[in-house]
Design a protein around this ligand. Structure first.
Ligand SMILES: Cc1cc2nc3c(=O)[nH]c(=O)nc-3n(C[C@H](O)[C@H](O)[C@H](O)COP(=O)(O)O)c2cc1C
Length: 366
């Protein structure tokens, strides 16, 4: 039977993509609390955080933390807000700047990191958590969704490594006491990062060292880096070695790609920007396997790119990801996707004769 959410999702899918995302974000307030407690075979304890299931919302959907309460009703094990920059940004001025590649189950975007800026997002998060504490008896609060914040170098400061670092440290210090983990987005394809130190492993190492020195309080927050699927092996192994030596706590693989695969069929395939969705699947699986093997499974990996079903998510996990994230799959399949994946996981685990998600991590890596 079609629900109100199914019908609304169908209507939204006819809107221009950027408008559709905004309406969908607003529409999350009508999502029913379908969440049931995840079975323990889906639970994992990573970085001392309890992930009730391995499915996360990727950065870019709720850039400004305007819907975290409603999004958590959809069944996500974790939600990543952002990317956030110190100053508010409108992003690239020329519109349209987001395109559906329907025939390829993909999206191209060149949004250019629009967001409300650190102060607004911090205020919104504090308001959310004050409210959440007041209604601490609600089901959502009992099934707490892990919350990450993704922070990025401001494209307008990228020419100045010192300024960039200062701005990112401000974001880190303000968000560290509020969220569960922080991701450094050092892979946005829509800014001119060529030769910029902040995007290279040495620049990232320097940045993280400064963040750790500036870290408020005693808590050491998990710090992840999000890398590009366009990196060559030497570069992604550099990041992997850095993580393995304790430089950061995990790697998200990965962001959108500038690559245009010959298999793409949609008329919009040559639009400039980062490509996401189904066409990324093999690249992400190969990179996951390569990094998992290189680091002997010692670095926590998040697989992000091309997840449209439980089978896709399981593939990323078997390739070495402990957790997965979704964006484009949600845009094509709607909010029910998360529940569907959680439900189908149990069947898949039985099929693979595995007892838990944790036991499935890296099983396809030889
Ligand atoms: C419209 C759009 C905006 C995005 N914005 C961000 C962002 O602000 N920060 C970020 O780290 N990734 C961003 N991403 C990348 C996604 O988080 C994800 O890495 C990528 O889309 C691959 O996953 P998918 O195939 O499930 O979409 C964005 C993706 C899309 C489609």
């Amino acid at each position: 039977m079609k629900t109100f959410t199914d019908t609304a999702f169908r209507v939204i899918s006819f809107l221009p993509p950027e408008q559709a995302r905004n309406v969908a974000l607003f529409g999350t307030r009508f999502v029913k609390q379908t969440r049931v407690v995840d079975p323990t075979r889906l639970n994992q304890n990573i970085w001392s955080l309890l992930f009730s299931n391995p499915i996360g919302l990727a950065a870019g959907f709720d850039k400004n933390a305007s819907a975290i309460g409603n999004l958590s009703k959809m069944g996500f094990g974790f939600i990543e807000i952002g990317s956030i920059t110190k100053r508010a940004r409108d992003g690239n001025s020329q519109k349209p700047r987001m395109f559906r590649l329907k025939e390829d189950f993909a999206i191209v975007n060149r949004l250019g990191l629009p967001n409300d800026g650190l102060d607004s997002v911090e205020r919104r998060l504090r308001h959310h958590f004050n409210k959440a504490t007041r209604s601490a008896n609600s089901t959502i609060q009992k099934i707490r969704t892990v919350l990450g914040a993704n922070i990025a170098p401001d494209p307008d400061s990228i020419h100045d490594e010192g300024l960039c670092r200062e701005e990112m440290i401000s974001c880190f210090k303000a968000l560290q006491p509020i969220v569960d983990y922080i991701t450094l987005n050092v892979s946005c394809p829509n800014i001119n990062s060529i030769g910029k130190k902040i995007y290279k492993v040495n620049g990232v190492a320097k940045l993280i060292e400064a963040m750790r020195e500036a870290e408020p309080g005693k808590r050491r927050i998990p710090l992840l880096i999000k890398i590009s699927p366009d990196l060559i092996q030497t570069d992604y192994f550099n990041f992997a070695d850095f993580a393995k030596s304790g430089g950061c706590d995990g790697i998200i693989i990965g962001n959108t790609t500038l690559e245009r695969y010959p298999s793409l069929r949609s008329p919009e395939r040559n639009e400039q920007g980062g490509l996401s969705g189904k066409p990324l699947s093999n690249t992400i699986d190969d990179m996951l396997k390569d990094i998992y093997k290189h680091t002997e499974g010692k670095v926590k990996l998040i697989g992000c790119g091309g997840v449209f079903s439980a089978q896709d998510a399981m593939k990323r996990i078997l390739s070495g990801a402990s957790l997965v994230q979704i964006y484009t799959g949600l845009a094509y399949k709607g909010p029910k996707l998360v529940d569907q994946i959680r439900f189908d996981f149990s069947t898949l685990l039985r099929q693979y004769k595995l007892e838990s998600i944790e036991g499935a991590v890296g099983k396809a890596v030889s």
